[in-house]
Write a protein that binds this ligand. Structure first.
Ligand code: 5AD
Ligand code: SF4
Length: 477
């Protein structure tokens, strides 16, 4: 018998950087609770880290803490950190310097560092940053209560143990800063890929998949609370694989279908896909279920096979092209975005040209573009020389960014006249007479409010564009 019985149909044969440093808003009504201690948390890094902050908030509320949006009012100040590039770590160091005033005002206050930087630096953090009391790695959040108790007694506390099992499956994330429309669901943790530039396998440990029952229960609960979009999160969602004791298994395509079946009015997105692992089965699931959004984040990293080989990406230029061709063949209107690293060890002008030409080939709808940043302990740091001068990295990055802007502008020009179903996420930043939402391809569309509300689905015809945003008018009555 199938794990999910008849519910699972057989099918035949995809970094919100703008949120960096976001802190939790005050939860209404909890402000005047008498004895509750207050926590403040700030988050850096990827969507996964933001999702972890929601888990931490849940664990803290069960320990009797309530959130505050002002670190000066907090008894517990936490910073959930990222190690992916050196500048991400520098931002955290800068923030810890600003937090020094906390203890002058409130000597009892506890300062904690969570996440990837905590995992990477471990107890060294306590020596380097004197204001830090607790250091907690991504798999040790259940231990927060105990660690805080140790800190309350005036001692420093560290737990950076990585786990092969922890998925926080039973923890109900607290969605404090949410728009009430879209939410993240973490489906797996860790990464087994060992890309030579990447610190993540060292900070987040081995890959493990979360029990699908708890994923579906979370999606159902979100839908019942009024959410209309979930994004399934993992470092490499295509390698999602859950087995029960009888040896039955659920792969990512099957999980996608199960979540899509929660309700046709629940949009399903996912991130991140790996070009070596994304399967036709996933593409067929996207085709079959209109509520699975036609959008894939497919990190390229480099357009040069030689560089991809040194990066240990386990695919080459031709393989990547083949994957893009297949996506376009099956889902011609699929949005495709990417991540690109420029100036990796040994990257020549010719390698760089190959990245530009691959961009010309794919014409991405969105790209996150970075200069290579050497990370301690990675294969690249131990084996290759970070030999591309910084001015060369900067120049190449400028060329990549310029080309991407051109592609986005041209892609958006072609959108004029097309009509899309848009899920409304809120008011436009510029005007209360306008709303904004996304089409299935993940493009932001701004349009006049009329009678529509946040959480509504509305048909919008595109009438204008910039390189970042589409402008439209609703055609729904
Ligand atoms: N330097 C620059 N960019 C990096 N990324 C990962 N590691 C590094 C590094 N050492 C980028 C990759 C990845 C994204 C999340 O961050 O493009 O896909
Ligand atoms: Fe996310 Fe990677 Fe940064 Fe960790 S190091 S927070 S996994 S981007």
């Amino acid at each position: 018998m199938s794990l999910f019985g008849p519910e699972l149909e057989t099918i035949n044969k995809v970094h919100d950087e703008s949120r960096q440093g976001e802190s939790f808003a005050q939860e209404e009504g909890k402000r005047d609770l008498p004895a509750a201690r207050r926590f403040y948390i700030e988050t850096y890094g990827c969507q996964m880290n933001f999702s972890d902050t929601e888990i931490v908030a849940s664990i803290l509320s069960s320990e009797g803490f309530v959130p505050t949006p002002d670190f000066r009012e907090a008894d517990l100040v936490l910073i959930n950190t990222c190690s992916i590039r050196e500048n991400a770590e520098q931002k955290v160091r800068g923030r810890l310097t600003e937090f020094r005033s906390i203890k002058k005002r409130n000597p009892e206050a506890i300062v904690g560092v969570l996440g990837c930087m905590a995992e990477r630096l471990k107890s060294k953090f306590l020596e380097e940053e004197k204001i830090v009391d607790i250091v907690v790695g991504p798999d040790a959040y259940r231990d927060l209560g105990k660690l805080i108790t140790v800190a309350d007694e005036g001692q420093k506390a560290v737990n950076v143990l990585l786990s092969r099992e922890e998925t926080y499956a039973d923890i109900n994330p607290v969605r404090l800063n949410s728009n009430g429309v879209s939410a993240f669901i973490s489906i797996m943790r860790g990464c087994n890929n060992m890309c030579s530039f990447c610190v993540v396998p060292f900070t987040r440990g081995r890959e493990r998949s979360r029990d699908p029952h708890s994923i579906i229960a979370e999606a159902k609960q979100l839908f019942n609370e009024g959410y209309r979009e979930v994004t399934l999160l993992g470092q490499n969602v295509d390698s999602y694989l859950w087995r029960n004791e009888e040896g039955e298994s659920i792969n990512f395509a099957q999980l996608l279908v199960l979540v899509a079946q929660v309700d046709p009015k629940l949009r399903v997105r996912f991130s991140t896909s790996h070009p070596k692992d994304i399967t036709d089965e996933v593409l067929y699931a996207m085709l079959k279920y209109p509520n699975i959004c036609k959008y894939i984040h497919l990190p390229l990293q480099s357009g040069s096979s030689a560089v991809l080989n040194r990066m240990n990406r386990t695919y080459d230029r031709e393989w990547y092209k083949m994957k893009v061709d297949r996506i376009r063949e099956l889902i011609p209107d699929c949005g495709i975005s990417t991540d690109i690293i420029t100036g990796f060890c040994g990257e020549t002008e010719d390698d760089h040209e190959q990245t530009l030409s691959m961009m010309d080939y794919v014409r991405y709808d969105l790209a996150y573009m970075f200069k290579y940043s050497e990370r301690p302990g990675t294969f690249a740091e131990r084996n290759f020389e970070d030999d591309v001068p910084d001015e060369v990295k900067s120049r190449r990055l400028e060329e990549i960014v310029e080309l991407q802007n051109k592609h986005q502008f041209e892609n958006n020009r072609k959108e004029v006249g097309r009509e899309y179903e848009v899920l409304i996420e809120g008011y436009s930043k510029r005007s209360k007479d306008h709303l904004y939402g996304r089409n299935p391809q993940n493009k932001v569309i701004v349009f006049p409010k009329e009678q529509f509300e946040k959480g509504d689905y509305v048909k919008v015809r595109v009438t204008g564009y910039t390189s970042a945003t589409l402008i439209g008018v609703s055609t729904s009555n």
